[in-house]
Design a protein around this ligand. Sequence first.
Ligand SMILES: [Zn+2]
Length: 389
Amino acid sequence: MLRPFKATGTDAMSSSDNKTERTLADLGVTQPDQVVSLFAEVRARFDSQASRPLDHPSWEILRQSWLGRKSGALTLITENWLKAASPDLKRSVGQELNKLKAHLETTLDERKLDAQSLADHSVSIRERVDLSLPGVIRPIGSHHLIRQVFQEIEDIFFSIGFSVVEGPEIETPYYNFEALNIPEFHPVRDDMDTFYLDLPKGAKTPLLLRTHTSPMQIRTMEKQKPPVRVIVPGKVYRRDNPDATHSFAFHQIEGLAVDTDITFCDFTGTIEYFVKQFFGPSVKTRFRPSYFPFTEPSVEFDVSCPFCGGTGTASGGGTCAKCKGAAWIELFGAGMVDPAVYGFVNYDAKKASGFAFGIGIDRLAMLKYGIDDIQVFFQNDVRFLRQFP
Ligand SMILES: [Zn+2]
């Protein structure tokens, strides 16, 4: 490969062989034909230098050494040969000098274009994209399993006309308890002990981390007249000690449907639709009476164990480990909205009716994907996360 000519010193591309620094008389030139051959010599030296590959800096050095105003060869020749020439040689020196000058200028212009295209070429080599090289592999993340289950459940409820609302994780006791029919000193508050925020002295109301997504029932009904059909996905907090089934932070989806003529049948039908969509069409549901302060009647929903087909017996014989032989698995609590709650949001309790439910996302995810420790959701161990791409 040709390498661009690089000047390593001033004499590397010198135009001078000392002859240009001497006069014609010193050189013993007395005849016009001697002038012609002297100029031919100079021209040959220039041609040899200009024929090397040039990049822009070496082209500039070449130009300076030949056309430079102070010490370029042309200047020296003008000073030493032309001006000092005897009258009978002046004419031929002048002619040769003009020819040489024209030749230098034309050649240098051409070589300048060459130097430019050489530079362009090396830039294009440097910047050329080699499509055969392996690309930069950036690992692509995925949604956390909890987020995936949220999405799955949201999609099911979207398909039957619910929409999503979200609310604050820091709540007032009014929204978290009182407006949900849980007055101070109600025993249920013991089950929902939570974290209170350190507030500056003189703060009017205490603030706490919500223990459930239910405060959004109140906030939604305050803003919106019936019909209301919303689900509320989000994080909730309780003062639970961490173990395989407890965490101080976990996830819920609250659901609320209120209209003028919603019946208990609408309620159980909706829940059953959801459970079959989530666990598959072969599961059965049942409900047992339960108690929540803000629903009346309240129920606990169970699903027939999807792992043993609701038999309580594992496929290899023996007791099903998932339902411990019970054939049913507890899912979540729900109920018809307690008319007392409507009083807090200025709904007419005689006309309004509806139902609410609170689904524990972590529990559902553990059930569906066979996870036996809730803590793995919060440890962010990629070995676990990679199993749910
Ligand atoms: Zn089972």
